[in-house]
Structures are given as C-alpha cells and as structure tokens.
Ligand binder design. Structure first.
Ligand SMILES: NC(=O)C1=CN([C@@H]2O[C@H](COP(=O)(O)OP(=O)(O)OC[C@H]3O[C@@H](n4cnc5c(N)ncnc54)[C@H](OP(=O)(O)O)[C@@H]3O)[C@@H](O)[C@H]2O)C=CC1
Ligand SMILES: N[C@@H](CC=O)C(=O)O
Length: 354
C-alpha cells in the first residue's frame, strides 16, 4: 500500500474538518484509490507538531474541538514554525488551510513556495498565496506545463479555494477546454448567500452573519466576505487559472453587500428572483476580460435565481459549449474538504505515472 506523507497547515474549520473526514472513513482512500494519507506534520497558530511515523488524528481533532493548540501535543516542536516545517520535514504533499491574508499572503505563501521549491505537491484551500503570487507559483509547478501529466514540476491544486466543492476551476479548465469563454457569472461566496437569504427572511445583519459563522464558512476576518473581497479573490484565481489572464485584485471593481437593504431584497424575492453577490468576467473585443464583483438582482429567468440555502453556483457562456450552469449545496466546510481530497487523488494519480 502506497503512503502519501502529508503536512496540514491550519487546523480551523477546514483543517479540522479535513481530519474528521479522514477519521470518519479511514479505509476509503486505500480501498478505492490504493493509497493512504499519513499526516506527519500539522501547524496552527500555537506552533507545529511533527512525527514522521504519523500523528494521532483523533487526538488533534479532540484538541481543536476543545479550542487548544498543537503545542499541547507530545509531538510539538518548539524549534519549528509552519514555514521551516515545510522547508525541512520529509513529506510528499502539503495541505494549506491557514487564514487568507491579503497583505503579504503569509504564512501560506512561504509554506507553498517552500514546498514547490523542494519538489513537493501542494493543495490550497487558502486564497492569499494564489491571489498575490499566482504567476510565481504557476512557474514553480505543473501549471508551467499546462498541467501536462508528463510535467516534471510538482503539482499545485486549489479547486476548493474557488467555491468549495463547486467545480469552478476544474470545469472551466477541463470541461470547457477548446471553448472560448465570453462571460462568466460566479456566485462563489457562501457567506453572503446565507446573509442575504436570512435578511430577506427578516433577520438583521448581525443575526444573519452569526448564522453563517455557525455554519463554519465565514472568513476569520468576516469583512473579506461582506465587502466582496473573498469573491474578488476567487475571481482573480479564476481569471489566472481559467481565463489565462494574469489578473490581480487591482483589476477587479469590488462592491460588497453592506448597502443592500431589506426593501431591495424583499422586492427581488417578491418578483421570483433574488439578490446575490456575483463575480463577473466579460470578454472584451481585444480578448481581455473586465472583472467585477457586485450585489446583483437575479431575475426569475436567470439560471442562478433558484440558488437557495447558501447554495453557490456559476453560469458560463462560451462560443461552442453554449450556456453551462453548475450549482452546489454544501454542508459547511465539508465540501471544501472534499475538493481538497479530489485534488489529492488527482495528484496521486499523476505522481504514480512518474
Ligand atoms: N471555511 C470555509 O468554508 C472555507 C475556507 N477557505 C479558506 O481556508 C482557510 C482556512 O479557513 P478556516 O478553516 O475557515 O479558518 P479558521 O480561522 O477556522 O482556521 C484557521 C486556522 O489557521 C491557523 N492559523 C492562524 N494563523 C496561523 C499561523 N500564522 N500559522 C499557522 N496556522 C495559523 C489557526 O490556528 P488556531 O486554530 O490556533 O486559531 C486555525 O487553525 C482560509 O484561508 C479560508 O479562506 C476556503 C474555502 C472554504
Ligand atoms: N468565506 C468563504 C469560504 C469559502 O471560500 C465563503 O463564504 O464562501
């Protein structure tokens, strides 16, 4: 049985849920895919634990549920931080789920950079490294070879970073290959979906935000969701990864949901539609895309107007595939963890070929 030695950085809603998912069915990967994930290193804000023979996942989950840190673990390493862990440990793959930091992308950026520089694979849930350094990370990884299965560069995957289980990146790159995307409308922020639905049902903003937080989908800094930056992050990643446009946040016009009123919401719902925070890319005659994020009225005839219960979705118009609509109703952070797992399985298949 093959073993993929793995680091997991960030043990919050995503990192902890990922471990719970592994614990819930430990035989799923070996049975169906012929390999095991062995978590040899973890990191949270209290530090790093490392055990080359494999950490006790149940103990880590128990610790995090009690809001304690990895410094309590017997395998705690006071001489390491998350970046030096990625730089020095023996492993095959890093799963990165620390907070999205739009100032300098740290610590996620140096974790992923170090892993790729050492030829290790990386799977990200966090968006900061991709938003701030997509082109650099692409050059270090198999993105430089257009994800060729024959690439000798380490694999980089992040399908969960752009809408969790919603297959935004995979669909755009793989299933629309050969088509020219004319317009993409992405509803990829679950938090604002929940807030706007709760407010439409009569809740005030604070109560609506608290409900999204209870579901475990709000960013550590909720203004990233509410002010549109999480959706803008995802649009920047989509632009780089799918539209081949090396966009940055400066290229996106961003408006969040703070000015949406209960009256606006009620009017949209009464008319059979809804309001969602939509990230839009529109192809211009020169081949570039304009990028924007804004609360948008989706009238009853819009393909995404039926999204409900925090559901996310996208509609993409292309020259040859016509109109493609995909949606995903996820159970809190678990959908993102599934997306990370599908990335791991994809990577495993690629590495096995070499
Ligand atoms: N929640 C979701 O539904 C989704 C989240 N994401 C992305 O995944 C990432 C994690 O999100 P989420 O799990 O919700 O966030 P949380 O705030 O729940 O967890 C963040 C984790 O990172 C740890 N951490 C904070 N600072 C550092 C540091 N300097 N070094 C190492 N670890 C650190 C925290 O430690 P401690 O436990 O000690 O506080 C915590 O374990 C974010 O980038 C987010 O954008 C992507 C898709 C969906
Ligand atoms: N805060 C994000 C989490 C996933 O990226 C959201 O609400 O969608």
């Amino acid at each position: 049985m093959d073993t993929v030695h793995t680091l997991l950085t960030g043990l919050g809603n995503i990192g902890r849920t990922f471990l719970e998912m592994l614990i819930a069915d430990p035989e799923r990967l070996p049975r169906r895919y012929g390999f095991r994930l062995k978590i040899v290193g973890v990191a949270d804000s209290t530090g790093v634990a490392l055990d080359p023979s494999g950490l006790d996942l149940a103990a880590i989950v128990d610790l995090k549920r009690r809001r304690l840190g990895v410094r309590e673990l017997p395998a705690f390493r006071s001489d390491l931080n998350p970046v030096t862990l990625a730089q020095t440990a023996e492993y095959d793959l890093v799963l990165e789920a620390t907070p999205t930091n739009l100032r300098d992308g740290q610590p996620g950026l140096d974790i992923v950079r170090s892993a790729l520089q050492r030829g290790k694979a990386a799977v990200l849930a966090s968006k900061g490294p991709l938003v701030l350094a997509f082109q650099e990370l692409a050059r270090l990884s198999d993105w430089a070879d257009d994800l060729s299965p024959h690439s000798q560069r380490p694999p980089l995957r992040f399908s969960g970073a752009v809408g969790g289980a919603l297959p935004t990146i995979n669909f755009g790159r793989r299933d629309l290959a050969g088509a020219q995307i004319e317009r993409a409308e992405l509803v990829v922020n679950g938090t604002t979906q929940v807030i706007l639905e709760q407010m439409a049902a009569g809740a005030d903003f604070a109560t609506a935000l608290a409900e999204a937080q209870r579901q475990g989908i709000v960013e550590p800094d909720p203004s990233l969701d509410v002010d549109g930056w999480d959706a803008a992050n995802k649009l920047v990643i989509f632009a780089n990864a799918v539209l081949n446009q090396p966009a940055t946040l400066a290229d996106v016009q961003v408006r969040g949901i703070r000015e949406v009123s209960a009256d606006d919401l009620a009017a949209a719902w009464r008319a059979g539609g809804r309001i969602s925070l939509v990230a839009t890319a529109v192809r211009q005659t020169d081949g570039t895309y304009t990028l924007s994020v804004a609360p948008t009225v989706l009238t009853a005839d819009h393909p995404l107007s039926r999204l409900a219960h925090g559901e996310m979705g996208f509609v993409i118009y292309s020259d040859s595939a016509g109109r493609s609509t995909v949606s995903s109703l996820e159970d809190g952070p678990l959908g993102t963890c599934q997306a990370m797992l599908r990335d791991v399985i994809d990577i495993r298949h690629r590495l096995k070929r070499h």
